[in-house]
Design a protein around this ligand. Structure first.
Ligand code: ASP
Length: 313
């Protein structure tokens, strides 16, 4: 298993109706997923670290307005944008930010928390200020805002719901990446604008280690879906626990959490995970999940709906 590498990414899970996904839209999503896979996979192929690979893939997706993270994040009920991000590696190094409003790439701020502080999670204005002090790019609120997200907020407010972004007219999503590098190290990264029409100040599962993001020496996990449900069942860590303590395989553990535990906890969504052997799993309990995976020596693959040739979905 030495000298192999694997990367998997997601761009959010939810109701992605096949009849509304025009060929043009599908091509745009697949191109964006492919670009993120390339960004991370090139690093792994050159012998780079899982941490560097998930950061590169996450940044590519944060910069793309199609996805709900960074540029293109969803709006809170107050009409603001509050972003969450987390990074964790198999050596138990981790960092996260929540309620960031101005950081161009929140995943870079999560990495800076990991590298430059003794802490794990910085919130709100302090997170923005910290990112600035680390030399990270800040943007005015207008950079993050997109017209389709504003329409989603209006739709959610009219329906009086707090929504996964896919459940509204436009179809985009939270982002994440997991990787195993040639040295067997694992890393997970997740970044999101959260749920459309969420209460200002609401913190979801993404920046909560063990809920939406987790990595240890067995598995790296990044989740997307109803954050509150993922938090109630400690979804990402539950996968690690099922593998380490109950002897479940990656496929069994991820399917149990995504398809049983999360719905039992009152939500739905999907996740991506890679284990120490470089196996990948991408289960989801929604109509679709924007996703991609790539292994050393194979061709990169992207998918949106359920597919027969997907690895253990
Ligand atoms: N899990 C994210 C949250 O609850 C939303 C998503 O994945 O779309 O903040």
């Amino acid at each position: 298993m030495r000298d192999t590498w694997t990367i998997a990414i997601h761009g959010g899970a939810g109701t992605i109706r096949r009849d509304e996904l025009t060929p043009d839209k599908e091509a745009a999503f697949r191109a964006a997923l492919h670009a993120a896979l390339q960004a991370g996979g090139a690093i792994l192929d050159a012998g780079g670290s899982a941490e560097a690979a998930v950061i590169a893939a996450a940044m590519s997706l944060e910069d793309c307005p199609l996805f709900n993270a960074g540029h293109g994040s969803t709006f809170t009920a107050a009409g603001s944008i509050e972003m969450d991000a987390a990074l964790m590696t198999s050596t138990a190094r981790a960092g996260a930010v929540t309620g960031a409003t101005r950081i161009r790439n929140p995943i870079l701020a999560a990495q800076a928390v990991m590298r430059a502080t003794p802490h794990l999670l910085l919130a709100g204005q302090a997170a923005d200020d910290f990112a600035a002090s680390q030399g990270l790019a800040l943007e005015a609120p207008a950079y993050f805002e997109t017209e389709h997200r504003r329409q989603q907020l209006l739709a959610a407010q009219a329906a009086q719901t707090v929504s996964l972004d896919h459940d509204l007219p436009a179809k985009m999503g939270t982002i994440g990446a997991v990787a195993r590098d040639r040295n067997g190290m694992l890393a997970a990264a997740t970044s999101t604008g959260g749920m459309t029409n969420k209460r200002a100040g609401r913190v979801g599962d993404t920046p909560i280690l063990g809920a939406g993001t987790w990595a240890d020496s067995h598995v790296a996990v990044s989740c997307t879906g109803t954050g509150e449900a993922f938090m109630r069942c400690a979804a990402a860590h539950e996968i690690a626990a099922l593998m380490r303590l109950a002897g479940k395989s990656l496929a069994e553990a991820t399917a149990e959490v995504a398809l049983i535990r999360v719905p039992e906890a009152g939500g739905r969504g999907g996740l991506i995970a890679v284990d120490a052997e470089g196996e990948v799993a991408l289960p989801f309990g929604t109509e679709g999940m924007y996703r991609g995976w790539w292994r050393a020596g194979a061709t990169p693959h992207t998918a949106i709906h359920q597919e027969q040739n997907s690895p253990r979905e």
